[in-house]
Design a binder for this molecule. Structure first.
Ligand SMILES: C[C@H](O)[C@H](O)[C@@H](O)[C@@H](O)C(=O)O
Ligand SMILES: [Mg+2]
Length: 402
């Protein structure tokens, strides 16, 4: 089969600080409207400042906005993907990464990926918005390749190792998640180390209440969003053990490897330590794995795309660790269904009250599959590429052209 080349790459943004419309969600799923559980006094490294304690949007969690990358092949087929990078991402795609993409054959994804990573090392700092942008390009390329050869991405990656993906839900209402068929519920912590023992008591009270509502067997986890120090995390973990907390997630910032190593030593037996959603390099994941993280949680839209995610999964596998990506919808589903070390996956509840399942990247993707009774089947993924289309009725802007 003679494969086409990539003729054009284009980058669009939606929302973020540079836009007029906010609260839409999309690739920047933290950019939700008012009264959303995801912005209601969640513990962060900024919680120690009174003025930034209540809302993550107040310190700029939603400044970036959605980045949409579209790639068009010489035969007219198009592929696309989204991430969190907005206008900055558009600049990087149009003025820098485009040179590595246009003119290559649609199957030359690994070569493009390597060139993107190495050519941006001098300003990527090994992660952050540059890697989010590279991820979106990588994902768009996989989508295009799948659409050209008319195969779902998971088949290009070697095929499914299971028929279904089972999900846990992240949100404020694990009790409702249980009724919706999920296998567990991950609660954000609302108090950080800045609040000491009082903070621990308050988060434990919420956990105890949820345990009472969901019964003994349903999984409950804490997502601590980089808001703790080792002593606080250790105390919280021990206080949570009687309520059968399954794991403590992202207690520290991504590069505090020694803190993770220390916490692992201090944790109650059987409780898991997880992290990874804000790590953007292979080396970073290797260090987390070395530190004894039980579940690596890369975000496929922030870690270098599917190409990097497969490499990270291999690092975890070499140690008998799991890789359970940070919720990222189809971009994650097509990869994890091919991984032997991903027995379950995350669904991030983007409904304001976490009381029903709303597609994670709503409204930017059309046909975005959602779990029913906590499950998405391989069959549901059986469409070319990632199986979704771009919702062109969204207010997309193309700020730069090349
Ligand atoms: C709920 C958390 O604070 C974050 O909003 C979420 O993105 C995350 O960390 C997760 O693991 O889903
Ligand atoms: Mg998390």
């Amino acid at each position: 089969m003679k494969l086409p080349t990539i003729a054009h790459i284009r980058a669009y943004s939606m929302g973020g600080a540079a836009a007029k419309i906010h609260g839409q969600g999309g690739g920047d799923y933290h950019d939700q409207g008012k009264d959303h559980w995801i912005d209601n006094h969640i513990a962060t490294p900024m919680s120690k400042y009174k003025e930034y304690e209540q809302s993550r949007q107040s310190f700029g969690l939603n400044v970036l906005g959605t980045l949409v990358v579209e790639v068009e092949a010489s035969d007219g087929t198009t592929g696309f993907a989204i991430s969190t990078a907005g206008t900055i991402g558009c600049f990087i795609v149009e003025h820098h990464l485009s040179r590595f993409v246009e003119g290559k054959r649609v199957d030359q994804i690994k070569l493009i990926h390597d060139q993107m990573l190495n050519s941006t090392l001098f300003y990527s700092g090994g992660g952050g918005v540059v890697i989010n942008t590279i991820s979106a390009v990588d994902l768009a390329l996989w989508d295009l390749y799948g659409k050209v050869v008319k195969l779902p991405v998971y088949k290009l990656l070697g095929g499914a190792v299971r028929d279904e993906i089972h999900f846990y839900a992240t949100g404020a209402r694990p009790d409702l998640a249980k009724e919706m068929g999920f296998i567990g519920g991950k609660l954000p912590t609302h108090w950080s180390s800045a609040f000491g023992d009082e903070g621990i008591a308050k988060d434990i009270a919420t956990l105890a209440d949820m345990r009472e509502r969901v019964g003994d067997k349903f999984w409950l986890m804490f997502d601590c969003w980089m808001s703790q120090d080792v002593n606080y995390a250790t105390k919280l973990a021990h206080a949570a053990a009687p309520y059968k907390l399954k794991w403590m997630e992202e207690c520290f910032p991504p590069n505090q490897i020694e803190s993770y190593r220390e916490l692992k030593k201090n944790m109650p037996k059987g409780m898991l330590m997880t992290t990874g959603e804000h790590t953007g390099t292979l080396e970073g994941f290797k260090e987390l794995s070395d530190a004894g993280v039980d579940i690596l949680q890369p975000d496929v839209g922030w870690c270098g795309g599917v190409t990097s995610l497969c490499e990270i999964a291999a690092i975890a596998k070499s140690r008998g660790q799991l890789v359970v990506p940070h919720g990222s919808s189809v971009y994650s589903h097509h990869a994890v269904i091919t991984f032997t070390n991903t027995p379950f996956s995350e669904m991030l509840m983007t409904a304001p009250k976490a009381d029903h399942v709303r597609p994670q990247f709503d409204p930017v993707l059309l046909d975005e599959p959602i779990p029913h009774d906590g499950i998405i089947t391989a069959e549901e993924l059986d469409k070319p590429g990632f199986g979704v289309e771009l919702n062109r009725s969204c207010p997309l802007e193309r700020p730069f052209e090349h």
